[in-house]
Ligand binder design. Structure first.
Ligand code: TXA
Ligand code: MG
Length: 351
């Protein structure tokens, strides 16, 4: 599928609306455009056009039972694609939209099943990124967009990541700044008897609970058993995986450093290239071939922002064995640990 990809640099402080209009025309004609959002870059197509969704799956190499999120830029458009909208939705939308929250509703017939992976529900997000909003509006209002990575790779948080994965596969890339947040949106299902978090994100369980006290986490997210089937189809796939083997190490800082350094010695003796994902405070204590920092210890916003880039850098460095320090599973830490755990294929060591 060799396509000439237009890479258009967009200055978020002074976006060229002509370029974004051109992107909108591509979508209306059934093409694909990658665009920045506050979470990660999205790979957009017309959500109401089954053919566009088909192209998205092909460009990503994504299994077609994994539904796409429909992005809107005006809350009034919600009822066009979603029905049986509960009151909780408006409470959540009031507080967190536009922003990094995706809500799942029953869908109307206007949304093709190709977009929802055969489900009769639809995931909807109203992003806060101004370029994303302009692009959605110029495209007709409904953009289906998964993260703009090749299926299985870390989500793209810079336009360079998008180019790396999508050049030659899609019509256009709107190249803006690095993604502010760096992890995909929180997903909340509003189609069962109470709201359920299917994917943790920047909008945390604690924040959601303040608005909807009955909200719970999908059991599959809490289960240590990787075979419990999650309700968001995409959550069952191995994801974000670097090429090297990633292990998360939990424990007191000194025990973690000691354990990882022992492993590095063994790996090096076997001729393997090693990498460590550490904090600013601990990074100098490791003897690995490459040590990358997620930021100051406990700075979860920085860790979220950098995580996917760090995983991609480990690939660029050809690390065979990668060790990562861990995060407390509260607040934003839950989302970071969710992505790290998947990247590690559930390989976690407690020391
Ligand atoms: O932040 C984000 O959400 C980014 C940006 C581009 O907006 N998008 C994103 O899309 O992360 P994607 O396709 O990489 O992840 C969508 C997730 C998948 O795990 C999918 O299974 C789930 O949402 N999902 C979508 N529709 C669903 C539905 N109707 N029911 C349950 N899960 C759904
Ligand atoms: Mg994705």
């Amino acid at each position: 599928m060799a396509t000439e990809t237009i890479i258009a640099r967009i200055d978020p402080k002074d976006p060229d609306t002509e370029v974004i209009k051109r992107a909108g025309d591509i979508i209306r004609a059934g093409g694909l455009v990658a665009f920045p959002t506050e979470t990660v870059y999205g790979l957009g197509g017309d959500a109401l056009n089954a053919g566009s969704s088909e192209l998205i799956y092909a460009a990503k190499g994504r299994p077609s039972d994994n539904p796409l999120i429909v992005h809107i830029a005006d809350i009034k458009d919600l009822t066009f694609i979603a029905k049986d909208i509960p009151d909780e939705a408006y409470l959540l939308a009031d507080k967190f939209w536009p922003g990094p929250l995706t809500l799942i509703f029953h869908k109307t017939d206007r949304v093709p099943e190709r977009t929802t992976g055969g489900l009769d529900t639809v995931a909807v997000r109203f992003p806060s990124d101004p370029i994303a909003q302009l692009f959605i509006a110029f495209s007709g209002g409904f953009i289906a967009a998964p993260s703009a990575n090749i299926s299985g790779r870390p989500s793209p948080t810079t336009s360079a990541h998008v180019t790396e994965d999508m050049d030659g596969r899609i019509d256009m890339i709107l190249a803006g700044d690095d993604s502010l947040i760096g992890l995909e949106s929180t997903i909340v299902d509003l189609t069962s008897d109470h709201p359920v978090i299917l994917r943790p994100g920047y909008i945390t369980y604690e924040m959601l609970k303040e608005v909807i006290p009955t909200v719970t986490m999908d059991e599959a997210l809490l289960s240590a058993d990787e075979h419990t089937r999650p309700k968001a189809p995409g959550m069952k796939y191995r994801h974000y995986a670097p090429k090297g083997e990633l292990t998360i190490v939990k424990g007191s800082s000194s025990d973690v450093v000691k354990y990882i350094n022992e492993k590095i010695c063994e790996d090096s003796a076997s001729g393997l290239k090693t990498g460590v994902i550490a904090s600013d405070e601990t990074k100098d204590e490791y003897s690995a071939d490459a040590v990358l920092s997620f930021g100051a210890s406990g700075d979860e916003a920085s860790a979220a922002h950098r995580l996917f880039d760090l995983l991609r850098q480990m690939d660029d460095l050809d690390a065979d064995r990668i060790y990562s320090e861990s995060f407390d599973e509260t607040g934003l830490g839950s989302a970071i640990m969710n992505r790290l755990t998947k990247a590690a294929g559930h390989k976690i060591i407690e020391v």
